[in-house]
Ligand binder design. Structure first.
Ligand code: PLP
Length: 298
């Protein structure tokens, strides 16, 4: 599975610090903290039918990440919202769009790691692209990575930061194995998530997902859990081993980029699919999007 270049993105405009630039001119400084240390936080957000899905949830997570990283002069949610809407309108983008909002610690006065070299406040980048949900019609094959997901002892996964190297190394293992993505374990060997999504399994009509100890507590993950609770579908957070995933009735991943995606194979073990509760949850998820309950109209 590899995303293809979409010609509709030939002439998109990208927001960088209060201005829109043609994609070919959209550049950040070599002194920016993202270049110097991956020192930024980000959100992936989706647009459906003139509505920005879960905008407030994403902006609140962005603010919490920035606060945890002790960023200074962080733009407020109103400013970021206005910048997102301006970018979407300027690109005439109203549906089928993915937005990557990145907030960097900003430009440094000289190269170096020390945040005290940042004396100009944060930089905000809004990259909106035409991009359908990438996993939607796919049957995903996964392997287990040798790279562990971050523990809060090292780097808390509750910060949605730009230091993605461990996920990238896991993705390289998946690429080399010719599969779609890699499962990452925690330090005790329990399943945490994949290199880019949260993961769920179904067994005997009960939905299970790992505790959000090592994984990002994804917004889609949270919505799926809420959908289950509202519809009397049993949902349990638990330490789950690979063995339990190999023997599940269904396995799926969740994320803004790919919504809910069906997993058919893990480490060359085919999932012995029984029942189709995943389909019911997918329908409920689509209904939630259509209901616009959490969406911001523009
Ligand atoms: C490592 C990781 N896990 C899970 C997710 C899914 O999170 P969400 O549902 O909030 O998009 C993401 C999304 O960026 C991610 O980077």
């Amino acid at each position: 599975m590899i995303q293809k270049y979409d010609k509709r993105n030939d002439n998109i405009k990208v927001w960088i610090d209060n201005k829109l630039y043609h994609r070919n001119e959209a550049k950040i400084s070599v002194f920016d903290s993202l270049v110097q240390g991956g020192d930024g936080v980000w959100e992936g957000i989706r647009v459906y039918d003139r509505h920005i899905f879960c905008l407030d949830k994403h902006l609140n997570r962005l603010q919490e990440s920035a606060r945890s990283m002790d960023f200074k002069n962080v733009p407020n949610n109103k400013y970021i919202k206005d910048a997102i809407i301006c970018t979407l309108k300027e690109n005439s983008m109203y549906d089928d769009v993915h937005i990557r909002v990145t907030l960097s610690r900003g430009v440094k006065i000289t190269s170096g790691m020390n945040p005290e070299l940042n004396q100009m406040g944060c930089s905000l980048i809004i990259l909106a692209e035409w991009k359908p949900p990438i996993y939607k019609s796919l049957e995903l094959k996964l392997i287990t990575s040798n790279i562990r997901r971050n523990s809060p002892l090292c780097l808390d996964s509750k910060i949605h930061h730009n230091n993605l190297i461990n996920n990238i190394l896991a993705k390289i293992e998946a690429n080399n194995a010719n599969v779609d993505d890699a499962i990452m374990l925690d330090f005790d060997g329990f399943v945490s998530e994949t290199n880019s999504t949260n993961i769920f399994m179904i067994k005997n009509s009960i939905i299970y997902t790992p505790f959000a100890k090592y994984c990002l507590p994804g917004i889609t993950r949270g919505l799926v859990m809420d959908i289950c609770k509202l519809n009397n579908i049993s949902i349990v957070e638990k330490d789950l081993s690979l063995t339990e995933f190999y023997n599940a009735d269904q396995v799926f991943t969740t994320g803004t980029m790919g919504e809910l995606a069906n997993v058919v194979e893990i480490d060359k073990r085919k999932i012995n699919i029984r029942g189709n509760l995943l389909n019911d949850i997918r329908i409920l998820f689509s209904e939630l999007i259509l209901s616009k309950e959490f969406s911001f109209p523009f």
